[in-house]
Design a protein around this ligand. Structure first.
Ligand SMILES: Cc1cc2nc3c(=O)[nH]c(=O)nc-3n(C[C@H](O)[C@H](O)[C@H](O)COP(=O)(O)OP(=O)(O)OC[C@H]3O[C@@H](n4cnc5c(N)ncnc54)[C@H](O)[C@@H]3O)c2cc1C
Length: 613
């Protein structure tokens, strides 16, 4: 009897509840009507995760290069569609974020989605705009940020077989794939990140070569000898007894660079929009691809090769990092293990080409290989995938590593966001921890990086003159910060910096005298001598800025990887930043690193395809 009463009470209570809900929904407040979302998950308070005021909402946030606007359409209980309306994000680099994040949010009905490595700023901007729309629609942003996706991925192991596997879809890897395909091989390219391109895609994409038919067509007189002379002069600026470059290899590279520059146009379908000099290198030998606000020249170059190889049925597997090389009992490489989106992949291959870039983004490897550059990973402009994977995989199967690895310098950097323009601004003054200038600021950016690395601490000095208005605004917005000090006089600035004040005052006085006479104590050209006399004064901490590494594994001239005893590891090649130290001591030559990536990739791809067994 008691049980019967209980059941009746339950039914009655349920009816009251249901009626209450219906009544609420009739009052037309969708945010309160739904109890459960599609997956049935609830917040702690029992409130629905997926209750919205149906409609379409718009939001604008700041992306990597400027404003990003999107709209989100909601029904009463779900996120129906997300449309990116306007943006100036970097083409190629931000594409996976622009496509994938909206896709995953709609399919998973959650805001708990990962940012895309390598496109973090764009990812965050997209997520912030979508969250704004969810708020406008009355949704529960915080709860959606922790909600499990309703899409489940089951992982399983797969096996594939091909002629050539290329590890890394940057310049070297794409060129290797194009060339291997050209010479008859079946090719699979593995790329760790969601987007292809690596540092090549972030670069200006200018490739240097001397005596090309494109230079000739524009009447540019240039010779290999003049490039070689400059090469030797620059490499002599530091580490005078360095073991590299191997000038025979540089000489061969210069010849092959001409062939690559023409091959990219004639065979791959790439296009140069201009041939230019750069900074202190006035000779017009950098062959540049199209670029604009949202497209870097490097991205255009990458896209050219990508469209070529996709047109030839080469597979590019993104978000599929290679993790290990497979060898047989004799140490010959016979394939690769990779971690795919849907599980482990074993790829059997006749040849493997390592093109996984350098390690400028790995603090651990910088500490191991280039202690002088420890701490530089955070500010490095290199692509996110530059963590040395290829070098480590090769080392594991017995490859010899190049001695004396170094960073590819990109001038100086500051930790204050928005001060990138200071990077190559020769009008400013650099001083070290002793309060002294240590270089003319008018130097090649790679040498500037090296000079900063030689100091214990470095500062960039500027004043409040009109030409500095923008940067001063940025610094003021960032203050207070440990990265900037400000003072009303040079003496007080020295005190705030913690450098020997008398020396610093003397340094700045000497600099000022140079400005007035046009004769700089450090030899800077008078065009870059600008007074530092308008208070308040600022000192910004500066650090070495890098864009890659000169390192990798030793190879022969076909880019076959060598053991310490000089024997070849059969079937294994290394190209680009996986094997570039041979050309350099410690100084990057403008336009040579992308050129080396494309050239070494082209040659290794051809050799691999012609030697399939
Ligand atoms: C901002 C910037 C500007 C530059 N400007 C110039 C310039 O103007 N001229 C010039 O000559 N040089 C320039 N450089 C240097 C030059 O771009 C690089 O040295 C060169 O492009 C490197 O090519 P790469 O193919 O070896 O490596 P990357 O282009 O970095 O490609 C390596 C690829 O391998 C992928 N990868 C890494 N690990 C794995 C793994 N385990 N499995 C699968 N894939 C993996 C990476 O994600 C990446 O996509 C610049 C570099 C930067 C960052």
């Amino acid at each position: 009897m008691k049980r019967k009463m209980k059941r009746v009470l339950c039914v009655l209570l349920s009816m009251i509840l249901i009626m209450g809900l219906v009544a609420c929904s009739k009052k037309g407040s969708p945010a309160n009507t739904e109890v459960q979302d599609q997956t049935g998950s609830e917040t702690n308070e029992g409130e629905s995760l997926s209750a919205y005021k149906a409609g379409t909402y718009k939001a604008t946030t700041k992306g990597h290069n400027g404003d990003l606007t999107l709209e989100v359409e909601f029904s009463n209980d779900s996120i129906v569609a997300i449309k990116i309306l306007e943006h100036v994000e970097s083409a190629g680099i931000s594409d996976p974020a622009l496509e994938r994040i909206p896709e995953e949010i709609v399919s998973g009905q959650t805001l708990n989605v990962d940012t895309i490595t390598g496109a973090t700023i764009s990812s965050k901007a997209i997520l912030a705009a979508i969250e704004d729309c969810v708020s406008q629609a009355g949704g529960n942003v915080e709860a959606l940020k922790t909600k499990e996706s309703s899409q489940n991925h089951s992982k399983e192991e797969t096996e594939m077989t091909t002629d050539v596997v290329v590890i890394g879809a940057g310049g070297a890897g794409l060129a290797a794939a194009a060339s291997a395909k050209q010479h008859g091989a079946e090719v699979i390219v593995l790329e760790k990140l969601a987007m292809i391109g690596g540092s090549t895609g972030l670069s200006g994409g200018g490739i240097s070569a001397t005596g090309t038919k494109f230079q000739e067509a524009e009447g540019i007189e240039d010779t290999k000898e003049s490039w070689m002379e400059l090469w030797k002069e620059r490499q002599a600026t530091s580490n005078p007894n360095g073991k590299y470059p191997d000038y025979a290899a540089v000489d061969k590279f210069m010849d092959e660079a001409v062939i690559t520059t023409e091959w990219l146009v004639d065979y791959v379908g790439h296009e140069y929009v201009s041939i230019q000099g750069f900074g202190l290198d006035p000779v017009r030998r950098l062959h540049f691809a199209f670029s604009d606000k949202s497209t870097k020249g490097g991205t255009t170059l990458v896209k050219s090769v990508e469209s070529f190889i996709l047109g030839k049925d080469v597979k590019i597997l993104t978000e599929t990092p290679a993790t290990e090389l497979i060898t047989d009992n004799e140490g010959n490489v016979i394939g690769v293990i990779a971690e795919g989106k849907d599980g482990k992949i074993k790829i059997n291959a006749k040849k493997v080409i390592l093109a996984a870039g350098g390690f400028a983004k790995s603090e651990e490897l910088l500490e191991r290989f280039i202690p002088a550059a420890a701490g530089s990973a955070e500010l490095s402009a290199a692509a996110a995938g530059s963590t040395g994977d290829g070098i480590l995989m090769a080392e594991k199967v017995g490859a010899a590593l190049y001695e004396e690895p170094w960073v590819i310098g990109l001038g100086i950097g500051s930790k204050v966001a928005g001060t990138g323009a200071l990077g190559m601004d020769w009008t400013k003054v650099y001083v070290n921890e002793k309060g002294e200038r240590f270089t003319s600021e008018e130097i090649h950016y790679a040498i500037a990086t090296n000079k900063i690395m030689e100091q214990e601490a470095s500062w960039l000095i500027l004043d409040s003159a009109e030409i500095n208005a923008d940067v001063v605004k940025t610094l003021e917005a960032a203050m207070p910060t440990d990265e900037v000090v400000k003072a009303e006089s040079i003496k007080e600035l020295g005190e705030a910096m913690g450098v020997p004040v008398d020396t610093f005052v003397n340094t700045m006085q000497t600099f000022q005298e140079g400005v007035e006479t046009g004769q700089d104590a450090m030899g800077k050209h008078k065009d870059y001598l600008v007074p530092v006399t308008t208070s308040p004064y600022y000192a910004v901490k500066i650090y070495p800025k890098t864009m890659g590494t000169f390192a990798g594994v030793k190879t022969d001239e076909n880019y076959s990887v060598l053991r310490e005893d000089g024997t070849i590891i059969n079937n294994l090649y290394a190209v680009g930043e996986n094997a570039n130290k041979v050309l350099y001591n410690q100084v990057y030559m403008s336009g040579s690193a992308v050129q080396f990536a494309m050239t070494s990739g082209r040659l290794a791809g051809e050799h691999a395809a012609k030697n399939l067994k």
